[in-house]
Ligand binder design. Sequence first.
Ligand code: CTP
Ligand code: MG
Length: 381
Amino acid sequence: MSAATIVTALIVAAGSGSRMGGDLPKQYRLLAGKSVLAHAVDALAGHPRIDAVRIVIGQGQQDIARTALVDRDVGHLIIGGAQRSDSVRAGLAALGDGIVLVHDAARPFCPPDVIDRLLDALTRGDGAVPILAIADTLAKGLGMIDAMVDRTGLIRIQTPQAFHAEDLRYALGEVRGRATDESSVMVAAGLKVITVEGDTMLDKLTTTADWDRAEQRFAAAMISRTGSGFDVHAFAGPGPIMLGGIEVAHDRGLAGHSDADVALHSITDALLGAASLGDIGDHFPPSDPQWKGASSDQFLSHAASLIRDRGGAIDQVDCTIICEAPKVGPHRLAMRHKIAEILGLSLDRISVKATTTERLGFTGRGEGIAAQAIATIRLPS
Ligand code: CTP
Ligand code: MG
């Protein structure tokens, strides 16, 4: 493989997840606060030998896919087909030459060593796949055993699977019909597929039992961390104000370099604190003119992406807004929705509360608004 060969991960996410069931296809559901697809994307995009990640989604899945991916930069989403192999064909048609790692979105954990083994092995064949030995006894029959199957020499094959894009294009052109993976197509086309050691972390999420196991696995590999944040902005000039990511009507505005959203600032600081990543001023210095009037959404989503980049997950955010006016209660639900959207979390993980200070202190005198927040996150131990 020459140093200039581009390595692209092609993640197929166009399935409907019928065996898993539920309202949302499994690849878009949240596993430990992050979509399965986003887990898969982060695992591959974070590998130093992978240059780009492209994603194939189903027709009509654009909105849920964008929500699941939050602010990840994955280029335009490719539309797949009715069968997994149709989706791979569509993805491959959108790629140039180079090495392609075809991966199921339904396999959220990909240990980096497996990718190294695959790319190293590709120099010895036309393709490389991760495999595992079979530990269980094998047989044919349903309801009653018809015949035993000798498991000697049998292996099970996972993804990602590495190929030169032109070889896979050739094989897909030669071999028609349904295939459950690309190694089947390559072998049927007479090409040489090398096996490397796979990993049980790569097991596909197919049923609810797989889902439960994945959640337990996730929990075991992470440690919980907590951070707090606090922010104050003074009233100045005319309203409205930005609070909790939404515009709230008020006769007075808030002074600040950015949009002065105290709630989002306190949550941003709580997240940064939980990950020991400094504070909002370190990342978005008030002296920097580019943040003048900036929408605080971007501060919050940046803090979230820093945690994701470290393989972490956000479990919960709780914010208390402290002011006499405006009244926060009527806007709480809209704020929770907005914060959940920015962080890519479900609504039940976001809490917004409000209190007055009984007319005491600067908030009591109506001089400004304060907010404090607590964030619970998990980071790899
Ligand atoms: N896939 C795809 N296009 C299809 C079918 C499947 O891109 N037409 C993707 C899935 O999104 C998944 C991977 O291929 O990431 C493996 O497929 P599978 O586990 O079978 O997922 P689903 O087809 O979604 O699930 P089910 O078969 O239970 O409906
Ligand atoms: Mg399927």
